[in-house]
Design a protein around this ligand. Structure first.
Ligand code: CTP
Ligand code: ZN
Length: 156
């Protein structure tokens, strides 16, 4: 199949004029990405597709948000649950920039400590973790030193 036909086949979710396309989201984390980025609380047009085929991820999801452009620190929040996400910045139907998500070395706030006895779960203290593994994610709490791993991650 030639490149053009491949492109057409790939366009299962229609193109947007201006905005951000977040591609290569693991399908199981689509709704987490939506809440972390606050996409459930805005009026912009949003389209998404999920359980699309991906060689890398098995099943991927894609989100297209019109007229919205993210700051790097906002986008890096999804690194925990979509480490291979790719952002495409669209202006007048053209992809003008591509960005990848970077997993920060340190996560401040965002995630809840897995340990119910941790001081951050009992007092008004902002959580803080050192990223000890990026894939799968493992976070070491600065306060109680317990490890919160990938499937235990709960966003604040
Ligand atoms: N896209 C879109 N609206 C546009 C232009 C592009 O929704 N006006 C989407 C495409 O559907 C695709 C993504 O933005 O999901 C990136 O577009 P493009 O770079 O053309 O696709 P690829 O070459 O497949 O990108 P990559 O291989 O980097 O994922
Ligand atoms: Zn803790």
């Amino acid at each position: 199949m030639n490149e053009n036909n491949k492109k057409k086949l790939k366009l299962k979710v229609s193109a947007i004029k201006d905005g951000t396309v977040i591609d290569h989201i693991p399908a199981k984390n689509l709704f987490k990405v939506i809440t972390i980025l606050g996409l459930d609380k805005i009026d912009n047009q949003i389209t998404f597709g999920t359980n699309l085929d991906s060689k890398k991820l098995g099943a991927k999801a894609i989100i297209k948000v019109s007229d919205l452009f993210f700051e790097d620190n906002e986008i890096n929040k999804i690194a925990l649950i979509a480490p291979h996400a790719k952002l495409n910045i669209i202006r007048d139907y053209e992809v003008v920039e591509k960005k990848i998500v970077a997993t920060p070395e340190k996560i401040v706030g965002i995630v809840k400590c897995f340990n119910p006895k941790c001081i951050t779960n009992n007092e008004k203290i902002t959580t803080c973790f050192k990223v000890i593994s990026k894939e799968p994610i493992a976070l070491k709490c600065k306060y109680c030193e317990k490890i919160t791993s990938d499937d235990e991650i709960v966003m604040l």
